[in-house]
Design a protein around this ligand. Structure first.
Ligand code: FES
Length: 144
């Protein structure tokens, strides 16, 4: 597992970036699910290879957003077709609600997910959900 720590230990609120997978491990216009103790996290890859991470729970009635249809920078929930903005996690008008968003960074084709100072616990609790939207195997270094 690769954990990128803040520049100084004294800077509060600096996220820790956890390496979760290669960009190519996420299907284009699809998703990959990471299982976490606090709830599943869905990684989405757009047609232009941008990657976003949202809690895999629709703000409407909890549908699995990872099973939705990715289009542009939105995902359409499979249950009642709400559109969720991948950049913010907000439901598109006229619907109202928000899925938790996790900052994502891509470096040299590798995807990193930001967590707060509890990242070491997060890393221990973060695993890949097998069989998610074409995902294969366990993401690099995140399995316990
Ligand atoms: S649960 Fe997602 S639109 Fe209803």
């Amino acid at each position: 597992m690769t954990v990128m720590t803040p520049k100084t230990a004294m800077e509060p609120c600096q996220p820790t970036w956890l390496h979760v997978c290669d960009v190519n491990a996420i299907p284009r216009l699809g998703s990959r699910v990471l299982t976490h103790a606090t709830g599943d996290i869905a990684l989405f890859r757009t047609e232009s290879d941008s990657v976003f991470a949202l809690r895999d729970k629709c703000p409407h009635k909890g549908g699995a957003l990872s099973q939705g249809i990715v289009h542009g920078e939105k995902v359409t929930c499979p249950l009642h077709a709400w559109n969720i903005d991948l950049t913010t996690g907000e439901a598109c008008a006229p619907d109202v609600g928000c899925a938790q968003r996790f900052p994502v960074r891509i470096e040299a084709g590798e995807v990193y997910l930001a967590f707060d100072e509890t990242a070491r616990d997060d890393a221990a609790a973060l695993t890949d959900a097998a069989g998610s939207a074409g995902a294969a195997g366990v993401a690099d270094g995140i399995a316990a």
